[in-house]
Design a protein around this ligand. Structure first.
Ligand code: GTP
Ligand code: MG
Length: 444
């Protein structure tokens, strides 16, 4: 179809036609219901409140069952989010219920960062959903949606006012989740005090700009009840899984020495109002608000952060392809810049190291030359010394030979003299010792 045909077609006025008989598209809502029922629903509740404020008891009372409850200690070093998922069934409707506890909330001495883990948890669930949406092969049909649909904020029944921790936390959460504030353990506060406390809480929330969830009044079927209930906020609730006999009926209540507080008695507390609003009337609106308001806001901010826009500076529609190309170019440019930076850094480093090595080599060479000089000097000195010693030795030897010659000459002279003396003595005193027959003389 040509573009002009399309334009004409869309500009044409819609005409109302009456059908000649039953066609069947009036069953569309039934088809939707049947599809939803087969698919099942998921609902995720976040409970934020001080340790031991009655979160688990209220959940057990709300769903009329016993979820596993594990008491938290007062010694958690930081707030920790603990999700638990349960499969519930009522008639033929399956509900995947996740209850997330903010364990250790309000227990730290420094409470500045108490809200952070809660905000991070909520964002992580949004991020997981966004990642699933951005996948090429999406499976949102059977995706376990863990986004928080409602945050039940448990207010301590002081009868006084909200704590700054409550205000800060609710303020940080109000753009991310539907907050329903509730006054916990409302049986510990008197009726007149409770009335004043509720007014005080609401005025504090308004003056601090905290946006709590308002039950929707745009759907005629629930507009009246919802607007009445909006005026009752925050709900003052009592939780109990204990059954007490009242009249001839067993009811869930808390029994005290002076009387019985019935959980489901509207003149005792707002538990029934909370259950009606949270589960029976507005569960789907809470899910819808989460998707269309809170998740949408997160998605928009995240995509904008990633550089996606709907329109360019001239208010012209911006296509995803263009954004992708721009981002890709930016990314490649950045990559190239980083690569060049790293290359330059590497070259500089090599140069530096080379210069350092050269300097070291020069120093070593100098040292070597110095040592060589010292060595040669030493060698020369030793040689001189050796020569001196050799000369001394030669002189000594010469002297020794001379002395020896002299000694032997004098010895010889002495012995010759002695011999001569002896001979003379002998000649003078001695007689011939033998008589030679041949010579006829005496021989000495
Ligand atoms: P942690 O998970 O350990 O932080 O506690 P929690 O907030 O889940 O509180 P939990 O439901 O375990 O209740 C703590 C105590 O408060 C129990 O002894 C409950 O019986 C009591 N309790 C719970 N709800 C109420 C209530 O509405 N009124 C009164 N007076 N006591 C309650
Ligand atoms: Mg608990």
């Amino acid at each position: 179809m040509a573009a002009t045909d399309l334009e004409r077609f869309s500009n044409e006025e819609k005409r109302n036609l009456s059908l000649g008989g039953h066609v069947g598209f009036d069953s569309l809502p039934d088809q939707l219901v049947s599809k939803s029922v087969t698919q099942g629903f998921s609902f995720n509740i976040l409970c934020v409140g001080e340790t031991g404020i009655g979160k688990s008891t209220l959940m057990n009372t709300l769903f009329n069952t016993t979820f596993e409850t594990e008491e938290a200690s007062h010694y958690e070093s930081a707030v920790r989010l603990r999700p638990r998922t349960y499969d519930l069934q009522e008639s033929n409707v399956h509900l995947k219920l996740t209850i997330v506890d903010a364990v250790g909330f309000g227990d730290q001495i420094n409470k500045d960062e108490s809200y952070r883990p809660i905000v991070e948890y909520i964002d992580t669930q949004f991020e997981n959903y966004l990642q699933e949406e951005l996948k090429i092969r999406r499976s949102l049909f059977n995706y376990h949606d863990t986004r928080i649909h409602v945050c039940l904020y448990f207010i301590t029944p002081t009868g006084h006012s909200l704590k700054s921790l409550d205000l800060v936390t609710m303020k940080k959460l109000d753009s991310k989740v539907n907050i329903i504030p509730i006054i916990a353990k409302a049986d510990t506060i008197s009726k007149s005090e409770l009335h004043k406390f509720k007014i005080k809480i609401m005025s504090e929330l308004v003056s601090n700009g905290v946006q709590i969830y308002q039950f929707p009044t745009d759907d005629e079927a629930v507009a009246e009840i919802n607007s009445v209930m909006n005026a009752h906020l925050p709900f003052a609730v009592v939780g109990s899984t204990e059954e007490v006999k009242v009249g001839n009926k067993l009811v869930r209540a808390r029994q005290y020495p002076w009387g019985v507080v019935q959980v489901e008695n509207e003149s005792h507390c707002d538990f029934v109002k909370l259950r009606e609003m949270l589960i029976r009337v507005n569960m789907e609106d809470l899910r819808e608000q989460t998707h269309t308001r809170h998740y949408e806001l997160y998605r928009r901010c995240k995509l904008e952060e990633m550089g996606f826009k709907d329109t360019d500076p001239d208010s012209q529609p911006f296509s995803l392809q263009e954004t992708y190309e721009t981002k890709r170019k930016e990314f490649l440019g950045e990559l190239q810049r980083k690569e060049e930076e790293m290359r330059q850094m590497f070259v500089n480093k090599v140069k530096e190291t080379e210069a350092e090595l050269k300097e070291k080599e020069r120093e070593l060479h100098e040292k070597f030359e110095h040592l060589k000089r010292i060595h040669q000097e030493e060698k020369r000195k030793v040689e001189e010394k050796r020569k001196e010693l050799e000369d001394e030795m030669n002189a000594f030897n010469r002297r020794k030979v001379a002395v020896e010659t002299l000694q032997s000459q004098s010895l010889q002279a002495t012995s010759q003299q002695a011999l001569k003396k002896d001979k003379d003595k002998k000649n003078f005193f001695s007689l011939p010792s033998a008589y030679s027959i041949t010579t006829g003389r005496y021989v000495n």
